[in-house]
Design a protein around this ligand. Sequence first.
Ligand code: NAD
Length: 222
Amino acid sequence: MALKIVVFGISGKMGEIVKKLAHEDPQFELLGGFNQNSSDFTLLEKADVAIDFSLPEAFQKNLLAAKKHSTPLVIGTTGLLQSDHDLLHKVSHDIPLFQAANFSLGMALLKNLSQKAYKMFPNSNASITDKHHVQKKDSPSGSALELKECVPHATISSIRKGEEIGEHQVFFELPEERIKLSHTALSRDVFAKGALRAAVFLEGKEPSLYSMKDLLEHMLCT
Ligand code: NAD
């Protein structure tokens, strides 16, 4: 049976792509979605999983609506505040949540390799750069912040230019050598596909907060 999904931020750039991909794949049935004018969230009751690609201002309202209707939620919205993360952890005791600042598997690999490089070269000069399109609201990007968790001593610089979908680089400078790890998203489809994959993963799970690490482990073990 198809997985019934609803999307917060359905008319945004990411929401439109999730809609397109869900329509193309019989594995999913898109019931509809919400935008900034929505006030009736009862559609959530019919959904197996909801996906949030909206804006941080909307995040807490969306999360509480998902909780109210006991609908598992995949969260792609970035730029969340500490108070948002606190609520996220609280609500993860009630419903299954999956959060990722970047749903691409390539970015998950970049984080893994960055962590390894940090362990090998803890005394290097390390830096992270994130390049994104000019409409991107949060800076540094959520992915750059996650990379910094892997390489705590790195500095971050963010560039907002043109139509860049998302490029992240991690540099380790040593006196005799330089390591450069890089990931470039070529299409927003990669994020939407990852979010749909996370939705499939989340269905039927126990309440908890899941991440790309859990999804990767699941993919490698099945
Ligand atoms: P966008 O500005 O194109 O779309 C945002 C959408 O949110 C709009 O349709 C708007 O109507 C909607 N919205 C605003 N307030 C709302 C509310 N109160 N309730 C419901 N919807 C509301 O942005 P986008 O490029 O689609 O990105 C959306 C979010 O996803 C951003 O936070 C972005 O950084 C993030 N993002 C995450 C990933 C990832 O892999 N996790 C990838 C790309 C973008």
